[in-house]
Design a protein around this ligand. Structure first.
Ligand code: NDP
Ligand code: HSE
Length: 436
């Protein structure tokens, strides 16, 4: 029977959830793993802080390097977060010959190539299922379950905090900052919540998903990233009138010219299942050439959903202890010397349809000017809505849905539209995806 002794870095939301799940389900987990999983040493900053878990029997320290250096610890679980101290700790754990489990997507997205190489060199396992989409086993599903496929594209709601905010704003008319504060209280948000609302956390996760889907190195800096802070209730309302929902999506698509990697608010037809994924829930659609479209859904953040993925990784570690390292599943699902050097497309070469909203002076010829500029840039219009002006006002809201166009053409058309004297303020542009 393989049993493991674990050192835990972090006793916060996920660390606490991990201790609780391991304690509550100890017997069931051991029946699955074929061995026991025991946390013997744990680190946090403030040992006097009240915890969501019972730490009885665990040696506690404020020095995380003491855990990483503990000769009795075989597996280090890194749940501190960030890319500075966490990177040093993980690299030290690997150097000390310890297996590592982490939920830290920022660390994997930014330093994963280096960390995986070090883990291979030292013949230790490095598992990170909890890093993407909380409790959904999306990494295992793509890396192992879809191994027969050439993945064509994937698109996901992969930030629970952002989806929680958008849902509460839409359904209950709540204020952005008020919902964000609640997401922080519930333990969903990152230590720096701008990572959630500016799309950085989703970009970390998309980086990982794209590498696993397409067998390319992790390239966080190549992801085009927009957050949710500029979405207005007005746009949510107009989108609904047109039969769409606005969701914050991470999209990775293989095209003949290269790979699209982008994170941004997106209009999705309301009849798509993913358009109806609300609250802290996450969902990822993956399109493989053999399997077709598959959808993965579940809690994207929170103590126990995330702990579910952390503990599953620990079970994998126990099961794999007696296997030859050459038989371990490669970190990205592709043999490391077979990663492809596929080009990542600059956003100007991305293809998308668009929702455009602008305020224009209510006078003859304005719509004609707009449609002429769009036509000159090879942009076809799918639908137009012009709202009647409020009494006494001379400005109208004009909403256009375009067909699919190259982003660079749209940039050039919008630069021309910006020069029209009938235009008031800026044009709001949100990408539209049909996810067929
Ligand atoms: P928390 O902030 O709740 O917990 C972080 C823990 O790390 C705390 O216990 C903190 O100690 C400890 N810590 C921080 N710095 C140090 C240090 N210098 N020395 C020792 N201990 C330290 O974070 P989460 O649990 O929410 O997140 C942990 C990781 O999991 C992050 O990488 C996050 O991105 C990822 N993640 C989080 C999810 C979630 O839903 N929250 C979901 C999926 C992934 P103390 O408590 O004393 O301050
Ligand atoms: N802050 C992240 C989110 C945690 O809200 O999705 C889960 O990765």
């Amino acid at each position: 029977m393989n049993s493991i002794k674990v050192g835990l870095l972090g006793l916060g939301t996920v660390g606490g959830g991990t201790i609780t799940v391991l304690q509550r389900n100890a017997e069931e987990i051991s029946r699955r793993a074929g061995g026991t999983i025991e946390i013997i040493h744990a680190a946090a900053r403030d040992l006097a802080k009240p915890r969501i878990c019972d730490t009885t029997g665990i040696e506690l320290t404020t020095d995380p390097f003491a855990v990483v250096g503990n000769p009795n610890v075989q597996v280090v679980v890194e749940l501190i977060g960030g890319t500075g101290l966490a990177r040093d700790l993980v690299m030290q754990a690997i150097a000390n010959g310890k297996h590592v489990v982490t939920a830290n997507k920022a660390l994997i997205a930014k330093h994963g190539n280096e960390i995986f190489a070090a883990a291979r060199e030292r013949n230790v396992m490095l598992a990170f299922e909890a890093a993407v989409a909380g409790g959904i086993p999306i990494i295992k599903s793509i890396r192992e379950g879809l191994a027969a496929n050439e993945i064509e594209w994937l698109a996901g709601i992969i930030n629970g905090t952002g989806n929680f905010i958008l849902t509460e704003m839409r359904d209950k008319g709540r204020d952005f900052n008020d919902v964000l504060a609640e997401a922080q209280r519930l333990g969903y948000a990152e230590a720096d919540p701008t990572f959630d609302v500016e799309g950085i956390d989703a970009a970390h996760k998309l980086t990982i998903l794209a590498s696993i889907a397409f067998g390319v190195p992790l390239q966080f800096d190549a992801v085009y990233t927009e957050g949710i802070t500029r979405i207005t209730r007005e746009d949510v309302g107009f989108a609904e009138e047109l039969g769409y929902r606005i969701k914050h999506l991470g999209i990775a698509r293989r095209t003949p010219l290269g790979i699209e990697l982008r994170v941004h608010p997106t209009l999705i037809p309301e009849r798509r299942l993913i358009a109806n994924v609300d609250g802290v829930m996450n969902a990822v659609v993956v399109k493989g050439d053999a399997v077709g479209s598959t959808l993965y859904y579940g809690a994207g953040a929170g103590a126990e959903p995330t702990a579910s993925a952390v503990v599953a990784d620990l079970v994998d570690v126990v099961r794999s202890l007696s296997c030859d390292p050459n038989s371990w599943v490669p970190h990205l699902g592709f043999q490391p010397d077979n990663l492809a050097d596929t080009r990542i497309l600059p956003v100007a070469e991305v293809q998308s349809a668009y929702y455009l909203r602008m305020q224009v002076v209510d006078r003859p010829g304005v719509l004609a000017d707009l449609t002429r500029i769009l036509a000159e840039h090879e942009i076809s219009i799918e639908a137009v809505i012009q709202k009647e002006p409020q009494q006494g006002e001379s400005l109208v809201n004009l909403i256009l849905l375009t067909r699919v166009v190259m982003e660079g053409n749209m940039d050039r058309a919008l630069a021309r539209i910006a020069t029209l004297d009938a235009l008031f303020g800026e044009v709001t542009r949100i990408r539209v995806e049909y996810l067929k």
